[in-house]
Design a protein around this ligand. Structure first.
Ligand code: GDP
Length: 200
């Protein structure tokens, strides 16, 4: 069977911003990607757009703590938010991003939804919970990609997913989870469809 066409294909790097005001004009629609540092956010983005090095290209040293903007051929944007929880980031920079991301999520009118990437084996981290609570508060749709699913057996992965989904449902966070693995391709199509659903 032929693979369905990738609706996120053709994404290109637009800019990397240190301040919200450096972002493109707040018009149209965009989806933001967030997650703890090392959760697999870049790998997930690359798998979704079908471009092995798109997110990495923009992750040259110094750019790692920036908001990176990609644009799809149809004009929709994918926003790569700085990974959180990286021990080597100085406290002042962490505070800068805490405030900036908070402002971005609150104020960005073109933001249609959040894709949160969380390592299935360590989900959820405190800051993941904070993001989910926050999305629920502002009624921003959110999809959680439970990454590195290939590191567990299928049965273990499903058990871990049920646990995370159960916690989220209990908290009324109203987000759904997708088992994901960039190298194995698990959940990639479902995640693409979910990202497109947020954008359209
Ligand atoms: P980021 O810091 O969240 O952008 O994480 P990266 O995408 O750079 O991934 C961090 C590390 O985890 C890298 O060594 C990746 O190769 C690895 N990784 C990311 N996603 C997966 C996955 O789904 N499965 C496995 N086995 N490794 C992954």
């Amino acid at each position: 069977m032929a693979e369905p066409a990738n609706p996120l294909r053709g994404a290109r790097f637009v800019l990397a911003a240190h301040e919200i005001r450096q972002l493109p004009t707040d018009a149209g629609a965009e989806v933001a990607f967030a997650g703890a540092s090392n959760a697999g956010k870049s790998s997930a983005l690359n798998a979704l757009v079908g471009h092995a090095a798109l997110a990495r290209t923009s992750k040259t040293p110094g750019r790692t703590q920036q908001i990176v903007v990609f644009e799809l051929p149809d004009g929709h944007r994918l926003i790569d938010l700085p990974g959180y929880g990286y021990a080597k980031v100085p406290e002042a920079l962490r505070e800068h991003w805490r405030v900036a991301i908070d402002a971005y999520l609150h104020e960005r009118r073109s933001l249609r939804g959040l894709v949160l990437i969380a390592d299935l084996r360590h989900a959820l981290k405190p800051y993941d919970r904070q993001m989910l609570r926050f999305c629920a508060d502002i009624e921003l749709p959110c999809v959680v990609l439970l990454s590195k699913a290939d590191k567990l057996s299928r049965a273990q992965a499903l058990t871990a997913q049920r646990k995370v989904q159960g916690e989220m449902d209990k908290a009324h966070w109203n987000a759904r989870t997708i088992l994901f693995s960039a190298p194995a391709g698990t959940g990639v199509e479902e995640a693409r469809a979910a990202a497109m659903d947020l954008l359209l």
